[in-house]
Design a protein around this ligand. Structure first.
Ligand code: ADP
Ligand code: ZN
Length: 223
């Protein structure tokens, strides 16, 4: 199963991606978290990338393409994957299709998780991440048992540097301008499923699972 998750920052791509990964035993590949670890490494690439990310902008297509290409050739990707945060431009989407085609593979489906802009801003402000395992929490909707400590691994929670309101507003603007067209790109080829993300996490996941169950019953999918 090869899937892409689209939606405004804060829509729940990371949250649903983790659940899909656990349910179907395929890797959840968040280009955002790969990029954040490149930044944390303080390499020259990290510094370059941080210049874009800290302002709420996208990194250039060629860098994003390289990061994804390197990840998708790893062994755990043989049985499929969920891409979260990529493609973010139509050029990246075309590039992904071309790369898959060269390997006689295809993307099965793109999910568009839909929420309103005010909801996105609100969620980003309350998002907290685990420093150790990267899982995402929310101060109101998805709380940890002990404040500030990850339920899964005991790691410390932190707020992403780009999760401020002003950076979030810029990211929403960039999404509408550069990434929203990707929704149409997949819709035109009949590979888009829109899901209402403005509901509790479990309800959204229920929807996603139903769609994926139907996908799996089509014999050619996942080959
Ligand atoms: P994205 O990866 O699309 O930027 P996240 O998965 O990080 O979004 O979710 C953004 C924030 O909203 C997180 O704090 C997450 O816990 C919370 N969240 C995700 N989905 C929902 C939902 N359906 N209802 C309420 N909060 C949610
Ligand atoms: Zn953790």
């Amino acid at each position: 199963m090869r899937l892409v998750l689209l939606g405004l920052p804060g829509a729940g791509k990371g949250t649903q991606g983790e659940r899909i990964a656990a349910e179907y035993s395929i890797p959840h590949i968040s280009t955002g978290s790969i990029i954040r670890s490149v930044i944390a490494s303080k390499s020259s690439l990290g510094m370059e990338v941080n210049g874009y990310i800290s302002k709420g902008n996208l990194i250039p297509d060629h860098l994003a393409v390289d990061i994804v290409r390197e990840r998708l050739v790893q062994d755990d990707c043989q049985g499929g994957w969920i891409l979260d945060g990529y493609p973010r431009t139509v050029k990246q989407a075309e590039n992904l299709d071309a790369a898959l085609q060269r390997e006689a593979m295809a993307l099965d489906l793109a999910f568009d998780i839909r929420i309103s802009e005010p909801e996105a801003i609100g969620r980003i402000a309350q998002r907290r991440m685990c420093r150790q395992c990267g899982i995402t929490y929310h101060l109101t909707y998805y709380r940890t048992q002990v404040e500030g400590i990850c339920d899964r691994c005991g790691g410390e929670l932190y707020r992403r540097a780009d999760d401020t309101e002003s950076t979030a507003r810029q990211r929403l603007k960039v999404y509408m301008l550069q990434t929203h067209p990707v929704v149409h790109y997949y819709a035109q080829s009949g590979r888009l499923y829109s899901v209402d993300g403005d509901r509790p996490i479990d309800d959204v996941f229920q929807d996603v699972k139903e769609v994926l169950a139907n996908l799996q019953s089509i014999p050619c999918v996942g080959s």
